[in-house]
Design a protein around this ligand. Sequence first.
Ligand code: C2E
Ligand code: MG
Ligand code: MG
Ligand code: MG
Length: 291
Amino acid sequence: SAKAAGTGVRVFGNDVDRDDAPGRLSLVSQLGSAIEAGELTVHYQPITDVRRGMTDRLEALVRWEHPTLGRIGPSDFVPMAEQTDLIGPLTARVIDEALRDCAGWIRDGHDVGVAINVSARVLHDLRFPVVLADAARLAQLPPSAITLEITENSVLREPGRAARVLAELRALGVRVSVDDFGTGFSSLSSLRDLPLDELKIDRRFVGAILEDTDDEIIVRTVVALASQMGLSTVAEGAETSAIADRLLELGCDVLQGFHLARPMPALAVGEWLTNRPRVVVLDPAPVGLSP
Ligand code: C2E
Ligand code: MG
Ligand code: MG
Ligand code: MG
């Protein structure tokens, strides 16, 4: 995800060979018109409470269906959108589509919500709560069906202002989750002062929990911290059944990852929710988290 000043470097140089730089440059210049032309689509990945066997919500993940380059993933254009004013229209586009899609699933009888990734600029926009409330009204979706995923770093620019925006969002009934938790620069005191509902453990800690005891300790500690603070936990990157089982043992019940489902186009979601696979829990007893 976007790491502020670092992203320009990553997009224009660094891991990209020099010959590719002009291509990247023209990609930036195409993004504005691509948003207007409707080339952005939203895919959805289920976030499932495995113990209850329920899909709680789906995360909206943007893709760019480029007319000549094919599908481009968000890591290749969201960071550069965040460096410009384009993140505003991009986010508005994702919100409109995601709220309408979610309202449709609920109308079809599914008890699900939607999670939306929100960047720093948007989080510091004092108009954002009203814009989101309007979008929800238009889509006929209760705001309580919406979770916003923010990163630790996204509140750092002006923490007071971001906290005010978050408080207004939560007053609407929106839930707030800290994405990529543990990879940013927030302090525990700034976390304590923010109105939050959930910590989302980044998949770089999850991927190796079976082999790496340090990562396992991190997951265990985040789960304990969240529970002490009255927050819930989600783990992303539950790629295999073995990882999912271990996460359950560590006290993390709500999972997202390729083992449960990959991101899918909106049209596939209804069928997936109807025929959602039964998740087999091998060891239903959580291990004790106390020392
Ligand atoms: P994120 O919010 O942390 O989203 C989770 C990413 O992990 C997604 O990548 C998802 O496809 C991937 N993932 C989920 N489960 C697994 C797994 O089991 N294994 C592996 N290897 N990967 C898994 P994606 O869709 O490429 O998105 C990358 C990032 O782009 C997101 O990370 C988020 O930071 C950003 N992003 C995506 N859509 C939006 C958007 O609409 N707005 C903003 N501001 N950022 C977005
Ligand atoms: Mg996310
Ligand atoms: Mg994440
Ligand atoms: Mg992540």
